[in-house]
Design a binder for this molecule. Structure first.
Ligand code: XUL
Length: 551
């Protein structure tokens, strides 16, 4: 039994799973005490999700059952409190959640959350509080008309991006709310509070409606980044009486209440502080230690994201990326790719490979893929915007395993480089996190494409670790103690020593040429560029990865 230490808990409610990371901080020790994950499909099969998502015939519609997240939280707490830890030392809890997803609660919720009964399962008490059974999530791309309407009402893309940090995006919460209001106006009227997944989960812990913080609120197309307040023109362009239904926005380190009696009586937990939850990407920024530098981080998860801490809010001039609030009080740039781990897995499964086999084929195939390019848009893509799913091949044979394995990874890394140039024109060092960051063959392609050193991290979930570190930071702030971010992350969010993967100069030279060819293929496939055949031929004739291929 560990005694006399301060424990901080970080939870990450992601697309496919709920992860917990417990950290211990004393004068002499700083370490991760425990990490646990509950996988939605496997551990809560009664919700019938696939990769955490409710099956839908319409590929543009992507929702998840919020009750599944509620039940997962209860299960996780039950599991964690059987550990041999001195839970009386738990000082603070915070969390991270998949961004953009929204949860709709009726007017009974405020009271019911305050009176949660420890003898009744949480899920049974929340069931009657939803005014919408399913939550639209970040993978949804069904709101193009609403994006257009909001943009037109605001006065154009540039105005919206200048205020909110992003153009209108299908998955962002504002367009999703507008669609709900247009299609289900009575249920919209019945809705008393619209939470993001983050503030919903914090509300369950604190036993009362929790506020939002700027990191996650900036993924809605509704918040003014400079003032960190709701932006009235965007609210008016989205849906009526919206301000009354949204949580207030508070600083990221705000203590939003103590763990509700439900958690104290049911699991013997103390009245620990509940700190505002944030989005998974803002939390990963902290979990990879990017609290001041502009090192680029890449998270290889259900979505692949590239992000960096920035001091100013400079929107992406190409319109593809976002500026979010950072949990430090500054900003972060971010680009999100929908075809991340599920695309890699799809190629792996198609060829009956395990991950070792996938890596072996990747390492053994020629960089540049003999001048063949695969656009792995198996799902609709966010960056660049591709609404109709369908992979596009420029010379990659369907039955050639190495060409497809290399094709998917090279395309992902080339897209990551191409679309992150606005936030990092030059990159020397990159931090890789998320499930696939364990795979050094994939990281070698990343290093070669970016021409940068790539480092790995120890804790599998940098988002959950970031949430635990945010809990620790906020607890210090609440106690009026020194809370320097560089000190908070020290020893927790450092890259693994000896994990450096250096780029190879000759392979980087191939990718520098290939980047323009890739950009031309992307533009052509989206119907906004000329036929890239001349560039592909020229690239192949220059070697396109060691040998010449003419098809
Ligand atoms: C970011 C985004 C995704 C989700 C996934 O804008 O949509 O990274 O946060 O969890």
């Amino acid at each position: 039994m560990l005694t006399g230490v301060a424990l901080h808990l970080g939870l990450d409610s992601s697309t496919q799973s709920l992860t917990a990371v417990i950290i211990e901080v004393t004068a002499s020790a700083r370490r991760v005490v425990h990490q646990a994950t509950l996988v939605f499909d496997a551990d809560l099969p009664q919700y019938g999700t696939t990769n955490g998502v409710t099956p839908s015939v319409d590929a543009s519609v992507r929702t998840a059952p919020p009750l599944m997240w509620v039940e997962a939280l209860d299960r996780m707490m039950a599991r964690l409190t059987t550990l041999d830890l001195d839970w009386s030392q738990l000082a603070a809890v915070s969390g991270s959640a998949q961004q953009h997803g929204s949860v709709y609660l009726n007017a009974r919720a405020a009271d019911a959350l305050r009176r949660l009964d420890p003898k009744v399962d949480l899920v049974d008490q929340v069931r009657g509080l939803l005014s919408r059974a399913e939550s639209p999530i970040w993978m949804d791309s069904s709101t193009t008309p609403q994006c257009e309407e909001i943009t037109a009402a605001i006065g154009g893309d540039a105005v919206l991006a200048r205020h909110t940090g992003s153009h209108a995006f299908e998955r962002f919460t504002g367009p999703q709310i507008r669609k709900f209001w247009q299609q289900h106006s009575e249920r919209y009227a019945e809705t008393d509070r619209i939470h993001l997944v983050s503030s919903f989960m914090a509300s369950l812990l604190a036993g009362g409606h929790a506020p939002l913080e700027p990191g996650d609120a900036s993924g809605m197309n509704l918040m003014d980044l400079a003032s960190r307040r709701w932006w009235k023109p965007a609210l008016d362009a989205t849906a009526p009486k919206l301000l009354d239904k949204l949580p207030p926005i508070v600083a990221s380190w705000t203590d939003v209440g103590s763990l509700a009696a439900y958690w104290q009586q049911r699991y013997g937990l103390p009245a620990a502080r509940v700190i505002a939850w944030s989005g998974d990407n803002p939390c990963s920024l902290i979990g990879t230690g990017l609290v001041s530098s502009n090192t680029l981080a890449i998270s290889l998860g259900t979505s692949d994201t590239v992000f960096a801490h920035t001091a100013e809010a400079r929107p992406d001039p190409t319109g593809a990326g976002h500026v979010f609030g950072a949990p430090t009080g500054d900003y972060m740039g971010l680009v999100c790719f929908q075809n991340g781990s599920l695309a890699r897995e799809r190629v792996r499964r198609t060829f009956g490979l395990d991950w070792e086999g996938f890596s072996t084929l990747l390492s053994a195939s020629p960089p540049g893929n003999l001048g063949r390019i695969l656009l792995p848009w198996f799902e609709p893509e966010i960056t660049p915007p591709v609404l109709r799913a369908g992979a596009v091949s420029f010379g990659v044979p369907v039955d050639d395993a190495p060409a497809n394995v290399r094709g998917v990874v090279e395309a992902q890394m080339l897209a990551a480089r191409l679309h992150s140039k606005w936030m990092a024109p030059r990159v020397d060092t990159m931090y890789a996190t998320g499930g696939a960051a364990i795979n050094r063959a994939i990281l070698q392609v990343m290093a070669d494409v970016f021409g940068a050193d790539v480092y790995q991290f120890d804790v599998g979930s940098s988002a959950a670790l970031g949430a635990a570190l945010r809990a620790y930071h906020a607890d210090l702030v609440a106690r009026e103690r020194d809370a320097e971010w560089s000190d908070i992350v020290r020893g927790f969010a450092d890259p693994l020593s000896g994990s450096r993967i250096a780029p190879d100069a000759s392979r980087h030279a191939i990718y520098r040429q290939m980047l323009d060819v890739y950009a031309a293929c992307e533009a052509f496939a989206r119907g906004v560029g000329a036929d890239p055949s001349p560039q592909l031929r020229a690239f192949r004739s220059r070697g396109g990865g060691r040998s010449v291929v003419i098809d």
